[in-house]
Design a protein around this ligand. Structure first.
Ligand code: SF4
Ligand code: SF4
Ligand code: SF4
Length: 211
């Protein structure tokens, strides 16, 4: 096999392995996201047992994709999907959660109340330790909701992969230009997705202030 063909095959395998992963981007595997874990699985032969959010379904899918023996026993029982929510009375608008979110699912500006776009949130939990006032909670996605279907989970994973990649590319562009990491690029947001979150925050603020 030529070097070019070998490289093409390697890239295709990494893409297949990455497609098995839930795209939560939570880093609990010890890598900086799902794609780096997929690369380590292919290039370094690391264990397929590293993804707690993926549970047994992902572990078995990884074994198939990598041509390894199907694993025995249970390492990760699997986790129900969760979504983050800001408890607004305690939010001080510090923006730390925005900087921690791997999929740009938090909207807000310095000094103002922040909100999570539930449709984009992977439930990774990375914003929780970043919040100095502990005002972010993770809540279960309602059982039986459309989001629980396999098709919806696959669509969510594809969306999270694309949003994480877009964030990495934006940060790389800004670093090259000597800028800070920057915040959410609103260009790709639908009015519905943003509007729902922002309006909910406005209503909460109005209710609190009695306006
Ligand atoms: S979902 Fe989390 S633990 Fe699983 S591969 Fe992605 S970053 Fe790693
Ligand atoms: S809002 Fe929080 S829990 Fe949701 S994806 Fe962003 S960092 Fe993760
Ligand atoms: S980290 Fe907490 S306090 Fe700071 S903006 Fe986010 S939710 Fe508000």
């Amino acid at each position: 096999m030529s070097a070019h063909a070998a490289e093409t095959a390697r890239a295709a395998l990494i893409a297949r392995v990455d497609a098995c992963l839930p795209q939560t981007q939570c880093r609990r595997c010890g890598y900086d996201g799902c794609l780096p874990y997929a690369q380590a699985l292919v290039e370094q032969g690391v264990s397929i047992d590293g993804c707690p959010p993926g549970g047994e379904r992902v572990r078995h899918a990884l074994a198939r994709a990598l041509g390894r023996p199907q694993p025995a026993g249970i390492v990760h029982a699997g986790e129900p999907p969760v979504v983050a929510r800001v408890e607004d009375p305690d939010c001080i608008g510090c923006t730390k959660c925005i900087q921690a979110c791997p999929v740009d699912a938090i909207v807000g500006a310095a000094g103002l109340l922040h909100g999570v776009v539930a449709a984009w949130c992977t439930g990774c939990g990375l914003c929780l330790p970043a919040c100095p006032t502990d005002c972010i909670v993770l809540e279960p996605v309602a059982a039986g909701a459309e989001e629980d279907s396999e098709h919806a989970a696959a669509a969510r994973a594809a969306q999270a992969r694309a949003r994480h990649q877009a964030l990495l590319e934006r940060r790389a562009r800004r670093a090259e230009a000597g800028d800070g990491p920057g915040y959410l690029d609103l260009a790709g947001c639908s009015a519905d997705e943003l509007g729902e979150t922002v309006l909910a925050a406005v209503r909460r603020r109005q209710a609190r202030d009695g306006t």
